[in-house]
Design a protein around this ligand. Structure first.
Ligand SMILES: NC(=O)c1ccc[n+]([C@@H]2O[C@H](COP(=O)([O-])OP(=O)(O)OC[C@H]3O[C@@H](n4cnc5c(N)ncnc54)[C@H](O)[C@@H]3O)[C@@H](O)[C@H]2O)c1
Length: 422
């Protein structure tokens, strides 16, 4: 691993967003402030909440809508507190895989540091040496950095093409694994064996057994292995979780999720190979399948139609909402704008989220439509802060947990079977 200087303050700095409220699900890690007022990073595209995710600052508060802070507090994962582990004064974080999501994690880490979380980027790895110069590559997706835009300072951040070398580095306390899906488990197991906490991009793996193996390894290692389920932290989506839990709008009767896109235009060798990526059913629709399971638990039955590139699933619950549907597809023509929506019908109002709007979340009640004031920033920032906060509290597990990721992988297997796709 090359280290041109001792790793110092090499993480590019954003302006502090001081004075804002925390959007982390848990208490902010030592002085962590939230992102309100800070310019939100552009969200990456394609598979995920990407194109068209608009800043939400300035939206008027809907009558009865919760404040962002209270929203996220109840929506947040409740960390398991059974065990604790040694806590570094400042987390040395590393990122493996510097493609679209690696760059997104770099930005989320930078944002966490800029808002007071004691952390810094100490090392990066990518098997492609061209990605180690600290600048965003050209071509492909532009939303996680324009060509040539600085990502990190290679004179202070250690760089390597060998992820294992990075894992042997004692200055690395935690690692983001942002490589392609079929490499996640092997790398995460190696990271846990080296004593690191891991934040692993979703999908963890296509095979639920592999995800369970990782969950077991994390338990044995006494380290956090958190799946990067960014939608759990996404402003507006965490609000939905809170309203389901607190019943403020009455019972949820129906919810429909929609996530539609054109095919990913980058890393096509990976995304177009459904044996590696799982197709849109796994890679894209997992966000909504996870939300459904997070909100209501495992469904009693599923009925799916479509194919691996465009699926609609009806989730049936004997005890639960009567109508739960999620549609996910990336078979739309290029140029089709990414669409991420939900419509949730509660007994006392209907909530409607549309990422393409400047004020994405609206609440319709008694003939009146009001935008709901949701936190600025994005789910990647909240996810990273939550992970770092869990490490800083010395926890050995957190939520979302790898066991939950295994349950989602199982749900997707059920949906695939319901499609007749084996
Ligand atoms: N959470 C989200 O919203 C979201 C969005 C997009 C993609 N993803 C997931 O993130 C993962 C990465 O997707 P991407 O679009 O960033 O891919 P990408 O092709 O843009 O980047 C992957 C990078 O990993 C590197 N790499 C691969 N194997 C490696 C190894 N063994 N060691 C070191 N480097 C290695 C590649 O060289 C590449 O630079 C996938 O699992 C994908 O499903 C998640």
């Amino acid at each position: 691993m090359s280290a041109k200087k001792p790793a110092g303050d090499g993480n590019g700095r954003a302006k502090s967003a001081g004075g804002a409220r925390s959007t982390s699900g848990s208490k902010p890690a030592r002085g962590a402030a939230n992102s309100a007022g800070a310019k939100p990073p552009k969200a990456p595209a394609g598979a995920q909440p990407a194109r068209g995710v608009a800043a939400t600052g300035g939206a008027k508060s809907a009558k009865g809508a919760r404040s962002p802070a209270s929203t996220v507090r109840s929506a947040a994962a409740q960390p398991a507190r059974a065990e604790t582990t040694a806590v570094p004064a400042e987390i040395g974080h590393a990122v493996i895989g510097l493609g679209l999501m690696g760059r997104t994690h770099l930005r989320a880490l930078e944002h966490a540091r800029a808002t007071g979380v004691p952390c810094r980027l100490v090392a990066v790895a990518d098997q492609d040496a061209k990605r180690l110069d600290g600048r965003a590559p050209g071509g492909g997706n532009l939303q996680a950095g324009r060509e040539g835009e600085p990502l990190f300072d290679p004179s202070v951040v250690k760089t390597t093409t060998d992820a294992r070398a990075l894992l042997a580095d004692p200055s690395v306390h935690s690692v983001s694994i942002c490589t392609h899906t079929d490499t996640h488990v092997e790398l995460a197991l190696a990271a846990l064996a080296a004593g690191k906490h891991v934040l692993v991009e979703k999908p963890i793996a296509l095979d639920p057994r592999a995800v369970k193996k990782l969950a077991d390894a994390a338990r044995k290692a006494g380290r956090i292995a958190m799946p990067a389920m960014c939608m759990r932290f996404w402003p507006g989506w965490s609000w939905l979780k809170s309203r389901v839990e607190d019943g403020e709008l009455g019972a949820l009767e129906s919810v429909v999720f929609q996530r539609l896109a054109s095919p990913p235009a980058w890393a096509t060798h990976f995304y177009r190979d459904a044996k590696r990526s799982g197709g849109a059913l796994v890679d894209l629709h997992i966000h909504d399948a996870d939300l459904v399971q997070w909100l209501f638990g495992a469904p009693d039955s599923v009925a799916s139609t479509g194919d691996l590139d465009h699926v609609t699933t009806l989730y049936r619950y004997q005890k639960g909402p009567r109508h739960v549907v999620a549609e996910g597809g990336w078979d739309h023509a290029s140029g089709f704008p990414f669409r991420m929506r939900f419509v949730a019908v509660f007994a006392k109002g209907t909530a409607e989220y549309d990422a393409a709007r400047a004020e994405p979340l609206h609440l319709h009640r008694n003939g009146i439509t009001t935008p709901v004031d949701i936190t600025n920033g994005d789910g990647y920032q909240g996810e990273m802060r939550h992970f770092l906060a869990s490490v800083l509290r010395g926890e050995t597990s957190t939520s979302p947990s790898m066991d939950e990721a295994a349950q989602v992988a199982e749900l997707l297997v059920r949906e695939r079977a319901a499609l007749g796709a084996g």
